[in-house]
Design a protein around this ligand. Structure first.
Ligand SMILES: *Cc1c(COP(=O)(O)O)cnc(C)c1O
Ligand code: SF4
Length: 358
């Protein structure tokens, strides 16, 4: 096996790699003192330093604007704390819980919705993990456990395997879902041993890949995903709608097609959460809806994610359109609608009766 190439963690390393200008080092030191910083070699090599609009740099190279928090932004934008009965567990919906075994990621996305937490808090201790398992065991309505963090695939295959085995021993847990960015940012971590660790006899394991631009799906990343899928692990994707990365229909469509070509079904397109210092990436909701309209009908149904907003305060995710159906009158038995097609034309439903049939 090739030795792991070096992860860049310090501003001076980013300067040396040509990713930030020397004059900017001071301001980037200030950002790095506040928020976790890491770019894997794979991420650094994907960046074209000559392109000021590089969509990979925009996601991973720190910028001074990250320290400009807006009044509407929040440290806990999706309200995890409000639904955390104990360390490492978020239980918002009855049938599924988040289990966060670790808060570390292989590379840190600058727009991260958990940016106030990632890279700081330590991994769950053995006692905390046992307590989390006791909680899951005690709640028989928990059908699915979602491993997230941080990025659970930074764990060694041995530790990941222990967690999966503990979950697999709980009868009512039928589905184990892993949310990760590792196949993109550190594909070499997806070894045969890691893939084996994710499988549990009698349970379904799903992996949800976080990817935001088609260029992230390098040959190495595609091969890492193929190792998971070939082992019988279905993959879905989640994408964050980001200005300067994927807010144009062509870029977003190219990403969705690339995912489907890798046998990964696009699942969610997330509207940007109100995490502190992330205004530079957030689009308007109408822009997001217009993008979804652009994808609808022009790309295969396989390429369509659901556009969702995580409601601040911990109220969960809801689809936010666009809506293709409008009620246009009628009462009870005679309800009438208009449905919009993929060209933006409206059609009555049920269709108006033709004169001849009267
Ligand atoms: C996002 C999330 C889930 C998963 O939601 P799905 O719609 O099933 O993908 C579960 N629990 C919490 C707390 C979440 O934030
Ligand atoms: S991989 Fe996820 S948790 Fe980690 S920095 Fe990126 S968005 Fe945040």
């Amino acid at each position: 096996m090739k030795p792991a190439r070096k992860t860049l963690r310090r501003p001076d390393e980013l300067v040396a790699a040509g990713l930030i200008a020397h004059e900017r080092r001071g301001e980037i030191e200030a950002v790095a003192a506040r928020y976790a910083l890491a770019l894997t070699a794979e991420v650094a090599e994907l960046i074209d330093p000559a392109d000021p609009r590089d969509p990979i740099a925009r996601q991973f190279v720190p910028a001074a604007a990250e320290l400009d928090a807006r009044p509407e932004e929040m440290a806990d934008p999706i309200g995890d704390d409000a639904h955390s009965p104990l360390e490492g567990i978020v239980h918002r919906y009855p049938d599924r819980v988040l289990l966060k075994p670790v808060h570390v990621c292989a590379a840190y996305c600058r727009f991260c919705f958990r940016r106030e937490v990632v890279g700081r808090a330590r991994a769950l201790s053995r006692a905390q993990l046992d307590a989390a398992m006791t909680y899951i065991r005690a709640h028989s309505q928990i059908w699915e456990v979602i491993l997230t963090g941080g990025d659970p695939l930074v764990l060694s295959p041995r530790r990941l395997g222990q967690i999966v085995d503990m979950l697999a021993a709980i009868d009512h847990v039928k589905v184990i879902r892993v949310h990760t960015r590792v196949p993109v940012v550190a594909p070499a971590r997806v070894t045969a041993a890691l893939v084996r660790a994710l499988r549990a006899p009698g349970k379904a394991t799903y992996v949800v890949l976080h990817a935001n631009h088609a260029r992230e799906l390098t040959l190495e990343a595609r091969a890492a995903c193929a190792r998971l899928i070939d082992a019988g692990i279905p993959m879905l994707s989640q994408t964050v709608l980001l200005r300067g990365v994927n807010e144009e229909a062509a870029a977003l469509g190219e990403l969705m097609r690339a995912l489907v070509e890798c046998r990964i079904k696009p699942y969610y397109l997330h509207h940007g959460d109100l995490a502190p210092g992330t205004a530079q990436w957030r689009t308007g909701i109408e822009e997001g809806q217009a993008l979804m309209r652009a994808l609808h009908g022009r790309l295969s149904g396989l390429c369509q994610p659901t556009y969702v907003l995580d409601i601040p305060g911990g109220h969960g995710k809801s689809p936010i359109g666009p809506n293709y159906l409008a009620r246009v009158g009628g009462t009870n038995g005679a309800l009438r609608y208009e449905v919009e097609d993929f060209n933006g034309r409206r059609h009555a439903y049920p269709p108006a009766r033709r004169e001849s049939s009267l």
